[in-house]
Design a protein around this ligand. Structure first.
Ligand SMILES: Nc1nc2c(ncn2[C@@H]2O[C@H](COP(=O)(O)OP(=O)(O)OP(=O)(O)O)[C@@H](O)[C@H]2O)c(=O)[nH]1
Ligand SMILES: [Mg+2]
Length: 220
């Protein structure tokens, strides 16, 4: 009982801070995206594709969340955009408080139009923590099994976009892409679903065009 009350208190405090982050982004016309997935589904690989595709059209900044290391920040930093690493230690997710601490850094980067926030690899905890994002994008790779939306519904029901990644590996797995899509849409019929391969680049243009469209729509 005590545990439930403490958790509710933590989440409601998180929601308050997330509202502040959201107001910060709105005021400055920054489109903030929270990228979530299990470890290794391809969040960083997706940023490595999306950043070069979009960076000449919009000023991008990136926040990388990991338990340890700045390996992902280094990978994305190669594309010449500002990247800030948050190491969470033992915390299995980013929270709104983490993000509130990097807002002054975001401000220092000038007129950022797109803030990409890569969450800690985890299909459970990040679902509960609003960061103040405009859009939540969940990545699921074809190596994980097409039943995952049914088994981890919260991350799918709280997301706006589902990216089915590593489609270049489809022939090597028993993953049924149509079953994955229908399982995800059963949990959340509003999900926009994209198929990508960060290895070959397939599907990246479509996803980036969609993100650009959403950015423009949010500015209006
Ligand atoms: N074949 C194939 N491999 C991919 C694809 N996308 C990512 N990978 C590989 O999958 C591995 C994990 O990718 P990452 O981008 O590091 O995954 P992540 O979700 O950022 O992982 P964490 O940050 O640890 O949670 C790497 O070896 C990538 O090269 C893809 O579309 N196809
Ligand atoms: Mg990563």
């Amino acid at each position: 009982m005590h545990e439930i009350l403490i958790e509710e208190k933590i989440l409601s405090r998180n929601n308050e801070i997330a509202s502040g982050n959201r107001a910060f982004f709105k005021e400055r016309k920054i489109f903030a995206v929270n990228v979530v997935s299990s470890p290794g589904a391809g969040k960083t690989a997706l940023l490595e594709r999306a950043v070069p595709a979009l960076k000449d059209r919009v000023a991008i900044a990136v926040v990388e969340g990991d338990l340890a290391t700045d390996l992902d920040a280094k990978r994305v930093g190669r594309f010449g955009v500002p990247v800030r690493q948050i190491t969470t230690g033992r915390a299995c997710h980013l929270d709104a408080h983490n993000i509130s601490h990097v807002l002054p850094w975001v401000e220092e980067q000038g007129a950022v139009g797109l803030l990409l926030m890569e969450n800690v690899g985890n299909m459970v905890c990040p679902a509960e923590y609003d960061l103040g994002e405009a859009l939540r994008l969940v990545v699921m790779s074809v190596a994980e099994g097409d039943d995952k939306p049914l088994k981890y519904p919260a991350i799918f029901s709280s997301s706006d976009v589902l990216v089915l990644n590593k489609i270049d590996l489809l022939g090597h797995t028993d993953f049924d892409i149509e079953r994955a899509r229908s399982n995800a849409l059963r949990i959340n019929p509003y999900l926009k679903v994209f198929e990508t391969s960060c290895r070959t680049g397939e599907g990246i243009d479509r996803l980036c065009a969609f993100l650009e469209g959403e950015m423009i729509r949010a500015k209006k």
